[in-house]
Ligand binder design. Structure first.
Ligand SMILES: [Zn+2]
Length: 308
């Protein structure tokens, strides 16, 4: 296997050029576009939109560190008026959920919690597990996307704030996931012989419709240095007395189960390679340190009760 000279990606899932891989190229082009002054421009744009409305932006919160920090900054540092939504798929980590509720309450903001139809949702997840494809956690991501846009449209909000950052999370290799509404429906129907009724599908029509409505997805962390972001993370943690709940993506027990058990065991995929490579590209880790960390593959905590 051929490895990228710069990060940990290999040619079984990434195209490798002479100097670096295609994902290092993406990183460099995002870095080149990252002007810290953009933050101010972004905040002004949000504030000037519908200034009399109760909310001027919308944010999803998972209970994880990234979305919690972004929410804290948006309210305390940028004085924005966000409406927060949380998609409760029934698998929240209790500690992460308690951090999230505490933050929402302390900031005194409005939040909508969407609960799934648990039977249908669990059958959808089971269908993906049975289908033998590596993207068994996409039902969560697609539902969250749909709920964000649908709620933004309902409340006439033009800006979605997204906590993703290429410097810490990177991009998932294309072959590992396929986000498409028809695909989700077909997997569910094949393994249950039923139609999806309650699950919030994000369709091709939705993509076009919300683009025409002018709803924009913004990623403020792209314009912030890692140092600045870590400082604000600590500030947020102190603000609510944040309690740790485990590693990345452990805020949701099911996501953790997929990432640290199903993918490594059945598909030889270790998602940590994506986060670690992102940190190598942004010089938070050396390649050698990242390789060391990759060896200590995340182990799923089997004491977690999956029977609910
Ligand atoms: Zn690379």
């Amino acid at each position: 296997m051929n490895e990228c000279k710069r990060c940990l990606f290999t040619d079984d899932f990434a195209e490798i050029g002479e100097q670096q891989c295609e994902y290092c190229d993406i990183h460099d082009s995002l870095e080149a576009q990252s002007n810290p002054k953009e933050i101010g421009v972004m905040i002004n744009k949000i504030k000037s939109s519908k200034s009399k409305k109760k909310y001027n932006c919308i944010m999803g919160i998972s209970g994880g560190l990234d979305s919690s920090t972004l929410l804290y900054i948006a309210v305390k540092h940028w004085n924005l008026r966000p409406l927060v939504i949380h998609f409760d798929n029934g698998w929240n980590n209790e500690q992460a959920e308690s951090n999230m509720k505490n933050l929402i309450e302390t900031l005194g903001i409005d939040a909508i919690i969407y609960k799934v139809n648990a039977d249908e949702y669990d059958q959808l997840n089971l269908s993906f597990l049975l289908s033998g494809t590596p993207d068994c956690d996409i039902p969560n991501d697609i539902a969250m996307t749909k709920l964000m846009y649908e709620t933004a449209h309902k409340y006439k909000i033009k800006y979605i704030l997204n906590g993703h950052c290429f410097r810490t999370e990177g991009s998932t290799p294309k072959g590992w996931t396929y986000m498409d509404a028809k695909y989700i429906k077909s997997v569910y129907e094949k393994f249950t012989n039923k139609k999806l009724i309650n699950y919030p599908l994000f369709t091709f029509f939705d993509q076009i419709f919300y683009a025409i409505m002018g709803i924009k997805n913004l990623r403020p962390f792209h314009y912030m240095t890692i140092k600045e972001r870590r400082k604000l993370e600590d500030e947020m943690k102190q603000f609510i007395g944040w309690k740790d709940y485990g590693g990345k993506h452990c805020e949701n027990v099911y996501t953790e189960f997929i990432g640290s058990y199903v993918l490594p065991k059945y598909f030889n995929i270790n998602k940590s390679i994506v986060y670690l490579s992102a940190q190598v590209r942004s010089q938070q880790l050396t390649k050698k340190q990242a390789k060391e960390q990759l060896k200590n593959k995340a182990q799923f905590d089997k004491s977690i009760d999956l029977s609910n």
